[in-house]
Design a protein around this ligand. Sequence first.
Ligand code: NAP
Length: 268
Amino acid sequence: MRTINEGLQQRIHTHYGPWALVTGASSGIGKVMAFELARAGLHLVITARRGEVLEALATELSAQFKVKVMVVAADLSTDAGTEQLFQRTDSLEIGLVVANAGYGSSGPFVDGNLSTELNMLDLNCRAVLQLSHHFSQRFKAQKKGGIILLGSLVGYQGVPNSAHYAATKAYVNSLGEALAIELKPEGVDVLVVSPGPVHTEFAARANLSISQAITPDTVVVQALSALGRKNTLLPGFLTKFLSFSLGFLPRWAKVRVMGKVMEGMHAG
Ligand SMILES: NC(=O)c1ccc[n+]([C@@H]2O[C@H](COP(=O)([O-])OP(=O)(O)OC[C@H]3O[C@@H](n4cnc5c(N)ncnc54)[C@H](OP(=O)(O)O)[C@@H]3O)[C@@H](O)[C@H]2O)c1
């Protein structure tokens, strides 16, 4: 498993400490992110719905890295969840927010469950908007901070058979790209991380069968080294290769190709 080196630990600690907030920290990319930020010596607020999983992670992180870890068990697809998170973090000196919690869906749009799609919209977009707005105000006031948003490669064109998930990630990619420019003069670094397939719990929830994928540690190590240096990251060779291959096609053809790929990955 890849980890961040000492030079990067120092840079992250100096620029984005003393506290970091990671959403969706109970598994996958968010869990690895929590480990690497703790390795850099940052105190952590970790949030997701599964409180017991977060409590176990907090015990492990604080024992291994001697950092403070606050657990906030909350459903961020609700206003009550985001409000609870803002209240609990109000008095902490947070320097980095990783808006990572999210999930996907696949299959024909017309057959999808509307309330699931609305919930996904609330988590993938509405909560990301709320977090970005809240913390960009705080970071502007303190003239320093970092925001990492988890977009996706699927957000760069329409994707038949995952139409609405791809649309939620187009929102994140676009919001983050623009905020990176707006907030730079305020001393705030924004990075959009847009992976292709990653081996996590994501595929099972999205009803996808993923064979080729990168690991979450690749995403996290590359994201932390890109923060403050780039506005957008396509992590890992596979993501870059897929993006490069699609880059030769006109947009209408990209949509068709991605639709075929997603049809093949949909687990039925
Ligand atoms: N894996 C991929 O192929 C891939 C590719 C591109 C982008 N991404 C993006 O990367 C991000 C992380 O996904 P992952 O791959 O690490 O998937 P994951 O292992 O399924 O992790 C998703 C995290 O989000 C949390 N979460 C889900 N619903 C939530 C809710 N309503 N409120 C609060 N937290 C919630 C989950 O925790 P609880 O269940 O405990 O709430 C979990 O910690 C997502 O935004 C995803 O869209 C993933």
